[in-house]
Design a protein around this ligand. Sequence first.
Ligand SMILES: O=C[C@H](O)[C@H](O)[C@H](O)COP(=O)(O)O
Length: 226
Amino acid sequence: MEELKKAVAKEALSFVDDDMVIGLGTGSTTAYFIKLLGELIREEELEVYGIPTSHQSRLLAIESGIPVISLDETDAIDIAVDGADEVDPNLNLIKGRGAALTMEKIIEYRAGTFIVLVDESKLVERLGEKMPVPIEVIPAAWRAIAEELEVFNAKAELRMGVKKDGPVITDNGNFILDAKFERIEDPLDMEIELNTIPGVVENGIFADIADVVLVGTRDGVKKLER
Ligand SMILES: O=C[C@H](O)[C@H](O)[C@H](O)COP(=O)(O)O
């Protein structure tokens, strides 16, 4: 599995050019990309800037020698590269296992080309088949929102910390609800609908924003495009 992640990360380097501003996703697959991007910048003396989507990607980018900037320091993001938890046949995604979904969506929505890196185990027929939808919520509203999600036939659990007592706190200081849906008929509709609940900051359905999905398979890297 690690080999497949490395292979897609390497393939994503073919989208990188000099003078680019690149959105840097979060997670184990993107971590390979960030390290390889650092090497490429050094070897080819590129003038490339990274916009991190989390503390994780920011720290790793700095460690890898990638100059980092923030969203308000640039007019345009050329490409963004990130992993995903599920990808459906229309290239709609579930993201947020690492609780970084809000900043990821802010940056990837604005990128000229959004490139997703996954291994073949992430491909599903229908979103929500295997993974819950992570929802970032204002802490004071978590219980009310969890109850409201029952209207959508979803069972929500408050995500708890590992090596920390109590709930996970996101980079933005919020909680995460993991919502297991019985069925998500229309990902775009559901994405919009969830964000209308007061107290929801953002949800992990990324409908209609991936341009390219690079899939690591045992027979090599496959490229899916919208
Ligand atoms: O918040 C985390 C992100 O959405 C990750 O990009 C996603 O969970 C994929 O992570 P990984 O590449 O580690 O499977």
